[in-house]
Design a protein around this ligand. Structure first.
Ligand SMILES: NC(=O)c1ccc[n+]([C@@H]2O[C@H](COP(=O)([O-])OP(=O)(O)OC[C@H]3O[C@@H](n4cnc5c(N)ncnc54)[C@H](O)[C@@H]3O)[C@@H](O)[C@H]2O)c1
Length: 248
């Protein structure tokens, strides 16, 4: 018996990093999963590896039309969606506010914030048809505190927004048995983090009480819990997975 038997999930940004890790854990726990991403080559390869309970769909999360197609194709393959993991995100440039370009600002907000709105708006009706569901919005420690290594104002603003939108949806759709929680990772070893620092995080782990960065899979354990019925009374919360970084 898997912890996600009978669940149908959409996970965005699933071609690498944490999204890939979540998809692997979800399928191992019995879910049927649509992995979505811009990166078709990697996404197709991972879905093929995961077998018949996984499907890759090319998806730009900033496009509402893409969201409509992704929902339709997921429902056609697996039935109504019961889990949405809004994971895709970008950092944008490491820049102080006065030098942050308008286009860069808007792009980061489009991927990290507006896409989570498109995702919830698109998938909530499907969850209602299914009799309930669980939404996991991936924010960041940058959605809790203003600057623990945050790259720019757009990243911080979009990650705070994710946390707030999550709470409202939890309140609005609790009566429909739809839960929503935000996840706030600290320093996690993924291509995004390696790109921003180096293989060892450029020494940033020294500031973490546990004195190390996290593996992606350690975040997947939390996301799996929130997606599963083990968290059946948990909604509207922010879940921190940061090795104690923001406790200081
Ligand atoms: N790595 C960290 O330390 C860390 C910390 C806090 C929060 N986060 C958040 O966790 C999430 C996952 O991060 P990661 O480190 O795995 O990143 P990553 O860069 O390794 O992977 C992100 C994936 O999202 C995809 N993506 C980007 N823009 C997209 C778009 N418009 N449409 C569809 N897919 C798109 C990319 O192709 C990529 O496969 C992000 O929201 C990120 O902000 C990461």
């Amino acid at each position: 018996m898997g912890k996600l038997d009978g669940k149908v999930a959409i996970i965005t940004g699933a071609a690498q990093g944490m999204g890939e890790s979540h998809a692997r854990r979800f399928v191992a726990e019995g879910a049927r999963v649509a992995l979505t991403d811009l990166n078709e080559e990697r996404g197709e390869r991972i879905a093929a590896e995961l077998g018949g309970n996984a499907l890759f769909l090319r998806h730009d999360v900033t496009s509402s039309a893409d969201w409509g197609r992704v929902l339709q194709e997921t429902e056609d393959a697996f039935g109504p969606v019961t889990v949405l993991v809004n994971n895709a995100g970008i950092l944008g440039p490491v820049t102080p506010t006065a030098e942050l370009g308008e286009e860069e600002y808007l792009r980061v907000c489009a991927v990290n914030q507006h896409a989570q709105y498109f995702g919830m708006k698109t998938v909530i009706p499907s969850m209602r048809r299914a009799g309930g569901g669980s939404i996991v919005n991936v924010s960041s420690i940058a959605g809790l505190v203003a600057n623990v290594g945050a790259p720019n104002l757009a990243y911080v603003g979009s990650k705070f927004a994710s946390r707030g939108m999550t709470k409202l949806v939890a309140v609005e759709y609790g009566p429909d048995n739809i839960r929503a929680n935000s996840v706030h990772p600290g320093y996690i070893k993924t291509p995004m983090m390696v790109e921003a620092t180096d293989e060892n995080g450029g020494g940033i782990a020294d500031a973490v009480p546990l004195r190390r960065m996290s593996e992606a899979d350690e975040v997947s354990s939390l996301v799996l819990f929130l997606a599963s019925d083990d968290s059946s009374y948990i909604t509207g919360t922010e879940q921190v997975v940061d090795g104690g970084l923001t406790a200081q």
